[in-house]
Design a protein around this ligand. Structure first.
Ligand SMILES: Nc1ncnc2c1ncn2[C@@H]1O[C@H](COP(=O)(O)OP(=O)(O)OP(=O)(O)O)[C@@H](O)[C@H]1O
Ligand SMILES: O=C(O)C1=C[C@@H](O)[C@@H](O)[C@H](O)C1
Length: 260
């Protein structure tokens, strides 16, 4: 089963309200009956859930992912929804894939809020708006068209200052409202800059991309990946500039059909 990575529109850690857009970085998960091998806490939690509650036999899991681990590009939600979706399909189980992903991600300790925003985007594609505290989906929309999402994709994030983030609850709630009213790119920009400043990431890559014409730029998730949004065909100067810092990928928003 496939699911997708994403970029943040609004990080849910400060206010519990989150929004994410899926991008075409793919995760593919396959399972087959056989001895469970994984040490990974998220995969182990999911397998244990299906074994305990549905009597699903032991499974070997194969993950092929285009998303760096611990990047802020929603790798955990993509892996989690793809694995849950694969097991549900194979054993004909009726489950709410993103919600179960959020519950089990929390239990496995790989997420702060359950990241329902990331899981909804990973599974359905498009743009999610969620209230993670109640595992509630507020709205889903199609992904942005005619724009490129340029990623300085980095893995291996560190710990974050949750208390400090939570002290900006009001600001992030307001950014969420802007996004809900359709100002997606503006919200992405404000959120991306605010997260960088609050968590102490270098803002030079953001400034540099904005001065070169990016419509939005910032940190995705809790970092350390940076993103910039441009009109299709205008990626050149941004890609050249961000390449000074590391490997750059050009992605697009993605929608998934037939999962409603
Ligand atoms: N290729 C992979 N194979 C197996 N598990 C993976 C893979 N990629 C990610 N994961 C799972 O996701 C976890 C990383 O989640 P983490 O929340 O740190 O990263 P992220 O989802 O990229 O970040 P963010 O939530 O800020 O977007 C890993 O510990 C693992 O459980
Ligand atoms: O761990 C979490 O709950 C989250 C992590 C980041 O991806 C955030 O962007 C997301 O909104 C929530």
């Amino acid at each position: 089963m496939q699911a997708y990575g994403g970029v943040s529109i609004v990080n849910a850690l400060p206010s519990w309200y989150g929004s994410t857009m899926a991008v075409n970085l793919k995760v593919e998960v396959k399972v087959r009956e056989g001895k469970r091998k994984t040490e990974d806490p998220l995969i182990a939690e999911i397998l244990e859930h299906f074994s305990r509650n549905y009597g699903v036999p032991q499974l070997e899991v194969e993950v092929n992912s285009e998303i760096p681990v611990g990047s802020g590009l929603k790798s955990s939600s993509a892996v989690s929804t793809a694995l849950i979706g694969e097991i549900a399909h194979r054993f004909s189980l009726n489950v709410d894939v993103p919600k179960l992903s959020a519950i089990l991600s929390l239990k496995a300790g790989v997420s702060y809020t359950g990241a329902l925003d990331d899981a909804v985007a990973a599974w359905f594609g498009g743009i999610s708006f969620t209230y993670n505290k109640d595992f509630k989906v507020i709205k889903r929309e199609r992904a942005l068209r005619d724009v490129s999402v340029i990623l300085l994709a980095r893995g291996g994030k560190g710990r974050i200052d949750m208390e400090k983030l939570r002290s900006f609850k009001l600001l992030f709630h307001e950014i969420f409202r802007e996004a809900l009213q359709g100002r997606i790119i503006e919200a992405m920009k404000l959120n991306g800059i605010a997260i960088a400043e609050i968590l102490g990431f270098d803002t030079e890559p953001i400034e540099g991309t904005l001065t070169r014409g990016a419509m939005a730029s910032g940190i995705s998730g809790n970092g350390p990946s940076y993103f910039a949004v441009t009109r299709e065909g205008e990626e050149g100067p941004i890609v050249d500039f961000l390449s000074r810092y590391g490997e750059v990928k050009v992605a697009r928003g993605v929608d998934v059909e037939g999962r409603d």
